[in-house]
Design a protein around this ligand. Structure first.
Ligand code: C2E
Ligand code: CA
Ligand code: CA
Length: 465
């Protein structure tokens, strides 16, 4: 009896030990995969989630240790230009250079991470606030050492946002404050101040109001006609969002689109805009009107952070409209951020039969060699060039050159913001195809456009407004 008992006890101990070992293995595997999730693959630094998690733990101990803390976020200034001028590989090496500089400075002292494509955050602990300035100038020196006298060094610069820990903020608030400094772009190094806090509160309010607006149908699309210089006919319309706020009344797009971009809400707004515009195309079709092409503005966030190809496919399927009646407007600056993605995404959208126009052309920083690789149908000359055509000889020359360039690339050329008969005359002379502007018509609600499309005389009257 006794030996059986001993064997049973021994077996139980063995099983328990094996179970414990496998538990430890599972736990360490989970820990390892969690760690991996928190690491940025390209630089080996913490990613945003990793940085926030670690920083939260550091912050808890800071006050107890009688120290001060601050979050500094460094942003690679002009990353888009670097990618455009030198290619994405050089762009990546700049990111790696920033990461290496931050890591070398922080090693063993401070926490750092790559918190966005071209943003690096550091959680500094210090006794004297001046140590923050010293850290930032050391960072600048470090960048110079890393990039040396290379051609890329001439383009490499940074912006920094600094938020000092007030003893009660949580890490999210502190991090957002530093980020807000970067968005404010007040100077090369921007320190958080209470004005920004006020703006942050207002922005937060505006953000929730925009969410309500989406849910409660406060947004509306207006449409601005695009006129053929040759025939005077309406060749299409651009959909432009309008917000009827329940208490503030009319809120212009420039007062909320930039914030919607910053908060990421723009992707929902743009999807709503795309769907609404396509439904309107269908409505005009059902009313028996001649087919009218509608262009929709696409934000940088929607283009880079969402699967726009699928969204466009779905909306086209849902509404069943002819893809040839839809046009997508992307700005020059946005298209140049990542040429490869632009070529790929716009190519796929264009394959469906949708047209592509490049908005605000002439206001950004285009590389002509990149331009010819982008799938495009229309160039829209920026309003800033058109508005001083009457007085400014240089604007005239540039506009002429853009028209020639567009013709050489077999694109249609549209001039935005045409306000006077003189501008209209000059643009006709140089061979511009389409006009959009107050001289012809302001953006109007859909039913007014219906009237314009129904009667050519209305168009005549609209000309005079
Ligand atoms: P945009 O895409 O460059 O649109 C043209 C802007 O110029 C419109 O301003 C239009 O009303 C205005 N405009 C047209 N002709 C004239 C003119 O002759 N003179 C003057 N002074 N202005 C003229 P709006 O509607 O205020 O929109 C401003 C910007 O907001 C747009 O610039 C676009 O970037 C953005 N936006 C508007 N709707 C949407 C949208 O649904 N989605 C996105 N992502 N952005 C939008
Ligand atoms: Ca536009
Ligand atoms: Ca424009």
């Amino acid at each position: 009896m006794l030996p059986i008992l001993i064997i049973a006890v021994l077996l139980a101990v063995l099983f328990a030990a094996a179970f414990a070992v496998s538990l430890i293995k599972i736990r360490s595997l989970t820990n390892a995969s969690e760690k991996l999730r928190n690491i940025d693959q390209m630089t080996g630094l913490y990613n945003r989630d990793g940085f926030i998690t670690e920083a939260s733990a550091v912050l808890k101990n800071v006050s107890a240790a009688g120290k001060n803390a601050a979050v500094v976020i460094f942003d690679v200034d002009g990353m888009g230009k670097i990618n455009t001028l030198f290619g994405a590989e050089v762009g990546d090496s700049v990111v790696v250079g920033f990461a290496a500089t931050a890591e070398a400075l922080c090693k063993g002292r401070f926490l750092c991470g790559r918190v966005d494509t071209d943003d690096f955050a550091v959680l500094l602990t210090y006794n004297n606030e001046n140590e923050i300035n010293v850290f930032i100038s050391d960072f600048e020196e470090g960048l110079h050492r890393y990039f040396g006298e290379t051609a890329v060094m001439e383009r490499v610069d940074y912006l920094a946002g600094v938020a000092v820990y007030d003893g009660c903020d949580d890490i999210y608030t502190l991090y957002n404050k530093a980020n807000l400094c970067l968005l404010a772009k007040e100077s090369k190094v921007t320190w958080f101040n209470s004005d920004m806090e006020q703006r942050m509160v207002e922005n937060e309010l505006l953000r929730t109001e925009m969410l309500d607006a989406l849910e409660e149908g406060q947004f509306e699309l207006y449409y601005q006609p695009k006129i053929s210089f040759k025939t005077g006919a309406i060749m299409g319309v651009e959909a432009l969002i309008r917000w009827h706020h329940p208490t503030k009344g009319f809120v212009p797009p420039n007062a909320f689109i930039p914030l919607a971009e910053q908060t990421g809400l723009i992707t929902r707004i743009d999807e709503w805009g795309l769907r609404t515009a396509c439904r309107q195309i269908l409505k005009w079709q059902e009313q028996g009107l001649p087919p009218v092409k509608v262009s929709v503005n696409m934000s940088q966030a929607q283009f880079y952070r969402t699967d726009v190809v699928t969204t466009v496919t779905n909306v086209l399927e849902e509404t069943g409209i002819d893809p040839a009646l839809l046009e997508i407007e992307v700005t020059e600056t946005m298209a140049m951020q990542d040429i490869q993605r632009t070529i790929n995404v716009l190519g796929r959208i264009r394959e469906m039969g949708v047209s592509i126009s490049m908005d605000d052309f002439g206001s950004g920083y285009s590389s002509l060699s990149s331009l010819k690789t982008i799938p495009l149908d229309i160039l829209k000359i920026d309003r800033s060039l058109v508005c001083d055509l009457d007085e400014n000889e240089v604007s005239k020359q540039i506009t002429g050159a853009i028209v020639d360039l567009g013709k050489a690339m077999k694109l249609m050329i549209l001039a935005e913001g045409v306000e006077t008969p003189e501008q209209s005359r000059y643009l006709t002379e140089i061979g511009c195809d389409l006009a959009q502007g107050y001289y012809y018509s302001k953006p109007r609600p859909a039913d007014e456009i219906t009237m314009l499309l129904l009667s050519p005389e209305m168009m005549q009257r609209a000309n005079k407004k």
